[in-house]
Design a protein around this ligand. Structure first.
Ligand SMILES: Nc1ncnc2c1ncn2[C@@H]1O[C@H](COP(=O)(O)OP(=O)(O)OP(=O)(O)O)[C@@H](O)[C@H]1O
Length: 265
């Protein structure tokens, strides 16, 4: 039996929604007795364990809490209640552009990003050529990252992340912004990562790529864990929710995401 790789136990994350932006608006609202903010649970009492080597698809509608959960697993955010435990080095792309300095070039950011993962200059130099080859950014590698398109950001971030020798690989937004050939290359690289025995958590709306990548699916709905189990059953769950209207909305979203991803992925 493999060791536990990620343990999420009773995790809740609250966010505050502010209704007014300026001090004047807030003061006026307070005088009128109107609410100025509201707290809501982006994640509500989530618990699951992922074993080393499992490849888990994290699915659910927009705003259901997938990215927030990934941020808690990666450690960039802390839960308000509960605990998240992880074993070993974590790498991945959790948000486009995270860990980049906008005024530095792509080249410089490769060293910066690798340093954030704990790599020395020599260790980064050893993977540098592979990172550059994978990113395929051409001359843009010498321009400030602040001028990059979201796809170029994603290429650079994904390229560094896949070349880090990690135990856990987290992937969010990777395939959402890349073009078709890059998406295909990313999927192949992620399959390689999965087959090497690393734990993968893959956030996606695309049922096809989740089927290809994952051996388990976790579904979130409005911050609650509503399904944890077999991939086909999880996708089926998303297709046909508790009522028909909701089910068909989910189906439409999955189909749109799949066609955006391209038939071959
Ligand atoms: N820093 C924040 N402050 C306030 N609200 C936030 C913050 N981050 C996320 N949220 C809210 O928390 C909820 C969950 O967001 P999250 O990004 O985790 O959803 P998601 O499932 O990844 O969605 P998508 O499929 O659109 O990427 C949303 O309602 C979002 O608006």
């Amino acid at each position: 039996m493999s060791a536990d790789s990620i343990v999420v136990d009773g995790v809740t994350k609250n966010f505050t929604l502010r209704y007014h932006r300026s001090i004047k608006d807030i003061t006026v609202a307070k005088i009128k007795g109107q609410a100025v903010s509201n707290t809501f649970k982006a994640l509500d009492d989530i618990s699951f364990t992922i074993k080393q080597g499992e490849s888990v698809g994290l699915m659910g509608l927009n705003g259901s809490g997938k990215s927030t959960l990934l941020k808690l697993i990666s450690g960039v955010m802390r839960p308000d209640q509960g605990v998240v435990k992880t074993r070993g080095q974590i790498a991945g792309l959790i948000a486009t552009g995270a860990g980049f300095h906008p005024q530095l070039s792509g080249r410089e950011n490769i060293f910066l990003n690798a340093a954030i993962y704990g790599l020395s200059e020599d260790e980064t130099a050893a993977i540098y050529d592979d990172v550059v080859r994978f990113a395929e950014l051409g001359d843009h590698l010498n321009s400030p990252v602040g001028n990059y398109s979201s796809g170029q950001y994603s290429r650079l971030g994904f390229s560094v992340a896949v070349h880090i020798d990690s135990d856990i690989f987290l992937a969010d937004e990777v395939l959402a912004v890349g073009d078709k050939p890059f998406k295909k290359k990313c999927m192949e690289k992620m399959e390689e990562i999965r087959d090497s025995g690393r734990t993968v958590v893959y956030v996606s709306h695309a049922a096809g790529s989740v089927k290809r990548m994952c051996d388990r699916v976790i579904c979130l709905e409005k911050g609650r864990l509503v399904f944890d189990g077999d991939v086909d059953e999880g996708i089926e769950y998303l297709h046909y929710g508790e009522d028909d209207a909701k089910g068909s909305a989910k189906l439409k979203q999955l189909e749109a995401a799949d066609s955006a991803l391209g038939a071959e992925v």
